[in-house]
Design a protein. Structure first.
Length: 316
């Protein structure tokens, strides 16, 4: 039994000598736990850093969505409410929060600038109408910009229309096209405006809300209306906003005179311009450019008032 005790004492002594030989209490593992390999040994990367955005504008790395659906709106302090932008918001306009863009450029960068457009609107709870003529839209990426022109609230076909300020009332909006107007002027939509589509192409299409031809016939043909069944049958087949300046020879002269006078844009305006629902809530505004205003991607869109202060801005 005594022999066995000395055997175990010898083993412990041997282990103690080995421990001292490898550093004893000064060995690092006595103070630290397991260690991880450096980043390079784990497959690359930069120690304690995140990768930067894959592109930069103006020396500032930014993160912008890669589509024309819009990105982040800027706030009034120079920061953003979304992606980081290469330029500050600037001095906020007094109209900020009342007038806003829809943060989407339709057909941005299109070869046809008349297909490129954006909508701006005045809040329905705004305290007063707002005159947007003299404001500007600009590209933060290229520096290009255009002033919002004057327009004609109720244009007349075949004449030179007087220019007037474009005023948005609460709840109204303006669709602003980069290109040139098909009728040569910016205008406010109205009950009769769909007649213009008979001669020019509009995109998006004009609303086809002209008075029904059969209703016009009953209202304006005269006392002989009920005695002209061929006219009634013919007019009933016409669609809204269909121009009838060349009636068929099969209809009576009275029927033809009615169609020439009323079933076209100017005739419709003359008959209905005093109707309570004649004027629409949308302006179509044309900047008159021959080239697109915005890029198809990596863009900053800014709306600035007449004093040079920023009303709204966003990126995509």
């Amino acid at each position: 039994m005594e022999h066995d005790a000395w055997f175990f004492v010898g083993i412990f002594a041997f282990i103690f000598l080995v421990w001292v030989a490898v550093g004893g209490p000064f060995h690092p593992i006595a103070y630290t736990g397991p260690t991880l390999s450096l980043p390079g040994q784990l497959g690359g990367g930069t120690y304690l850093s995140l990768p930067r955005a894959p592109f930069g504008i103006g020396g500032t790395n930014v993160t912008l969505p890669g589509s024309s659906s819009g990105g982040g709106a800027l706030d009034g302090s120079g920061g953003t409410l979304g992606p980081t932008l290469p330029t500050a918001f600037g001095t906020p306009s007094l109209y900020r929060g009342q007038v806003s863009m829809n943060h989407y450029i339709s057909s941005a960068g299109s070869a046809n600038p008349s297909a490129e457009y954006i909508e701006i609107s005045l809040a329905s709870n705004a305290s007063a109408p707002v005159n947007i003529s003299g404001w500007s839209l600009s590209s933060g990426a290229t520096g290009n910009g255009s002033l919002i022109p004057k327009g004609t609230e109720t244009p007349t076909s075949g004449t030179v229309n007087a220019a007037e300020d474009i005023i948005l009332k609460p709840g109204m909006r303006a669709t602003i096209f980069s290109g040139q107007s098909p009728i040569g002027a910016s205008f406010r939509e109205n009950k009769c405006i769909g007649y213009f589509a008979a001669y020019q192409t509009f995109s998006p299409a004009l609303p086809q809300i002209c008075p029904a031809p059969s209703d016009e016939l009953r209202a304006y043909y005269g006392a002989q209306y009920i005695r002209d069944p061929s006219c009634i049958d013919y007019v009933d087949k016409l669609s809204r906003c269909q121009v009838a300046l060349s009636p068929p020879v099969s209809v009576s002269s009275a029927c033809g005179a009615f169609m020439v006078k009323y079933l076209n844009y100017n005739g419709c305006v003359s008959a209905h311009q005093n109707d309570a629902n004649f004027k629409g809530d949308t302006w179509r505004v044309y900047l008159g450019r021959t080239a697109p205003l915005w890029r198809s991607r990596l863009e900053v869109v800014r709306l600035v008032d007449a004093q040079g202060n920023t009303v709204d801005a966003f990126s995509y």
